[in-house]
Design a protein around this ligand. Structure first.
Ligand SMILES: [Fe+2]
Length: 278
């Protein structure tokens, strides 16, 4: 079995086959996988069969495991893993149930001072149809804007706080997180490549510095609807055993909700500690 890497779309996404993350891998393969994430921002490792402990070991090859604030979803024996099961979703929007991550294009956990540099999902159970995850290359989105707009956006600051309506976080964690809104640069520089990206989680955005909450949401909706175009996105169709790892500093993602949540779409999520955004 040899590691093979195959690009999945023009602007982001690469697929790895011929690798088994349940067993030790060579330094050469590890370096190839790390480079693949840096260059392609989304890494899809196919055909994995991992216990929770093996999954955590594999992810720690890419960085330090980070605690998640989804206190009600943590796996009791392995609390660094959150179990995202669509059958537990209760949030309703316009008469439709919205599973976690399915409301807007977003990056993860922006209400933290050091948000996760990467997130991984491991597909444990999939619906019979639908439930894809979209990814957008927000470095390409920013690079595609006219220079004067880039200059206007570059100094902007987001103020971020945990959603008040999510049922996945216990009260003490929510209070502690709500007490400390986090300010982050709206245009973020990647610490490894120096590339700049639009960096935002609309659901956690209390407001843009200097704008009202309503103005902020209108501003973000307009910008994202103009910049997230098919050319800069990759839509992942899940297969059982897929492990997908992405760079939160340079991409946004969206869980499509075009499936029957009662069928059960189960993902095991792990996040990796990031740095203070700059
Ligand atoms: Fe997410």
């Amino acid at each position: 079995m040899a590691l093979t890497l195959t690009p999945l779309a023009d602007n982001l996404g690469i697929e790895a086959t011929g690798i088994d993350l349940s067993a030790p891998i060579t330094n050469e393969d590890m370096n190839a996988l790390r480079d693949a994430v840096h260059e392609n921002l989304v890494l899809v490792v196919r055909d994995q069969d991992l216990t929770p402990a093996q999954y955590l070991d594999a992810m720690s090859l890419f960085g330090d495991l980070m605690d998640q604030h989804l206190t009600e979803l943590l796996m009791p024996e392995h609390p660094k893993i959150a179990v995202l099961d669509s059958r537990r979703a209760k949030r309703v929007l316009d008469g439709e149930i919205v599973p976690i991550g399915a409301k807007d294009w977003h990056t993860d956990h922006t209400n933290h001072a050091r948000p996760p540099k990467m997130t991984a999902l491991y597909a444990v159970q999939l619906p019979s149809t639908g439930g894809d995850t979209g990814f957008a290359n927000m470095q390409a989105a920013y690079a595609g804007l006219p220079q004067d707009e880039q200059d206007r956006l570059a100094p902007m600051i987001t103020v971020n706080v945990i959603e008040q309506d999510t049922e996945y976080v216990n009260d003490s964690t929510r209070s502690a997180l709500t007490a400390e809104p986090q300010r982050h640069p709206f245009i973020r520089t990647h610490p490894e490549t120096g590339k700049k990206a639009i960096y935002v989680h609309p659901g956690k955005l209390a407001h843009m510095d200097g704008m009202s909450p309503d103005e902020s949401q209108t501003f973000i909706n307009d910008l994202l609807s103009r910049t997230i175009t098919p050319e800069i996105t990759y839509r992942h169709k899940w297969r059982p055993g897929d492990l997908v790892l992405w760079d939160n500093r340079a991409t946004l993602h969206l869980a499509h909700r075009d499936y029957d949540v009662k069928e059960g779409r189960v993902m095991h999520r792990v996040i990796l500690q990031g740095e203070v955004p700059f």
